[in-house]
Design a protein around this ligand. Structure first.
Ligand SMILES: *Cc1c(COP(=O)(O)O)cnc(C)c1O
Length: 442
């Protein structure tokens, strides 16, 4: 692939020889490069990897004029350093980000950034597909088994990202009967190198089985286990890129306010990371559902997680947001003024339903997560400010909530239409490690 993306001009030429280090936040003595961080996933003592130093991008205006793939390659090069050559990186970016992003005006100065046009119809495609490409680059010729647990969206993004990748087998565990029928059709009908297991228990049980598997040295070595977990730093870095794309689509000089529907706070971390390297944004609103550990923390200074409750925005039903230590690290280590940049609010299910209806009345159909982000933004935007809310899932993925809110049917996009009549290929299994192990080794 030709390297025609202005390597020298944008300072990425320098990064060819710069080695970027990733530090384990919990154990700062563990320092690795990007390829090790991606392959290891989680550091010692369950610590998260995060860039040790950040190099600000120069010529932001020039960068915003580039197309998405070239710009994203330049941005990611400054984050991953010499762990990948510019050619390798650009190839990974082009193969991972092979679907469009849309920025739609919704009302006045408010825009919807649609991140759900990938194969699994959720923004998680950005992270999962980029990570899959990185693993393919780094793992040499070893056979790999990706074992992951999902409550819905991650499983589909991971399965689609690794589908038909040579030398990789994927096993996805999900709670039987607890993902929507359409979500199930998206990742349980693929076959080939994708195997899915419906566990007769809840999501926590699925996650326990995955952890037990990783604690079994024989399984890990004989299968080459990797988790494609959402805390993998490769997934996080990929998400930095679409914040810049939003800026590129807005009138020159706009410094928008972003509203992000938040659960594990990966998306918020990526936006703040983008700001730390030069994204000109005004501030960020992290909108949560009733699981409001972070809004309460930001107003009281006390970290007091409560029991997780179920809401309409089930991808955000999390009371222990995995990525929050990275947000704090951005302030502590990289000097980001969090108080100025980040506020967080909790939105009720009733307000989310209202938001779906209000948006629909103005001609925009949003899924519950995206509608919640719009609610977080709409009353808090000051005059003269431009707001962008992130749309994280396609509305059709949450068709039953939308039909309840709007009292009419919602059409399915081609990706769902295609799979709706296909047979689910999953194996059903009780929550039993011995049976899972036998299945994996068969
Ligand atoms: C995962 C997910 C979120 C939450 O994103 P985080 O990065 O975990 O905060 C929001 N909306 C949808 C549709 C999701 O799948």
């Amino acid at each position: 692939m030709p390297m025609d993306f202005g390597v020298e001009e944008f300072g990425a030429g320098k990064t060819k020889t710069v080695s970027m280090q990733f530090i384990n936040i919990a154990h700062p003595e563990q320092i690795v490069n990007f390829s090790q961080a991606t392959l290891i996933g989680l550091g010692k003592g369950q610590g998260l990897f995060f860039p040790q130093k950040l190099a600000p991008l120069d010529n932001i205006r020039g960068l915003l004029e580039m197309d998405f793939i070239h710009r994203s390659s330049v941005i990611l090069q400054t984050l991953v350093g010499d762990a990948m050559t510019p050619g390798q990186l650009q190839g990974c970016v082009a193969r991972a980000f092979d679907f469009p992003i849309e920025l739609r005006p919704v009302s006045g100065q408010v825009f919807a950034l649609e991140l759900f046009h990938g194969p699994s119809l959720a923004f998680k495609d950005f992270g999962a597909r980029f990570m899959a490409q990185c693993l393919a680059t780094f793992r040499k010729n070893q056979h790999t088994t990706i074992l992951t647990a999902t409550s819905g969206d991650t499983g589909a993004a991971v399965a689609k990202a690794f589908y038909r990748q040579p030398g990789v087998d994927v096993v996805v565990l999900y709670p039987h009967g607890k993902v929507t029928p359409l979500q199930e059709k998206l990742f349980c009908t693929l076959g080939e190198n994708i195997r899915t297991i419906a566990i007769e228990d809840d999501f926590d049980a699925c996650q326990r089985l995955v952890k037990q598997s990783f604690d079994d040295p024989f399984l890990v070595s004989s299968l080459g286990l990797n988790s494609a977990n959402s805390i993998n730093v490769a997934r996080l870095l990929a998400q930095v890129c679409y914040y810049f794309e939003a800026l590129a689509r807005l009138p020159a000089g706009t410094r928008p306010v972003f509203s992000v529907p938040s659960g594990n706070f990966g998306n918020v971390t990526a936006g703040l990371l983008a700001t730390a390297i030069g994204l000109p944004m005004k501030r960020m609103i992290a909108a949560t559902n009733r699981n409001d550990t972070v809004p309460r923390f930001l107003s009281s200074g006390k970290w007091e997680p409560r029991t997780t409750v179920s809401t309409l925005t089930n991808a955000m039903d999390i009371s222990l947001p995995n990525n929050f230590p990275r947000v704090l690290e951005l302030e502590r280590r990289h000097g980001l003024p969090l108080k100025e940049l980040l506020t967080s609010f909790s939105v009720s299910d009733a307000a989310t339903m209202d938001a779906i209806r209000t948006l629909d009345a103005s001609g925009y159909v949003a899924d519950p997560h995206s509608a919640l982000a719009w609610n977080g933004l709409t009353d808090r935007l000051e005059e003269q400010e431009t707001g962008v809310f992130l749309c994280t899932a396609h509305p059709a993925k949450f068709v039953s909530t939308l039909e309840t809110a709007l009292n009419r049917s919602v059409p399915l996009p081609a990706e769902l239409e295609e799979v709706v009549d296909k047979q689910v290929l999953s194996t059903r299994m009780p929550s039993d490690f011995t049976q899972l192990k036998r299945f994996l080794l068969a």
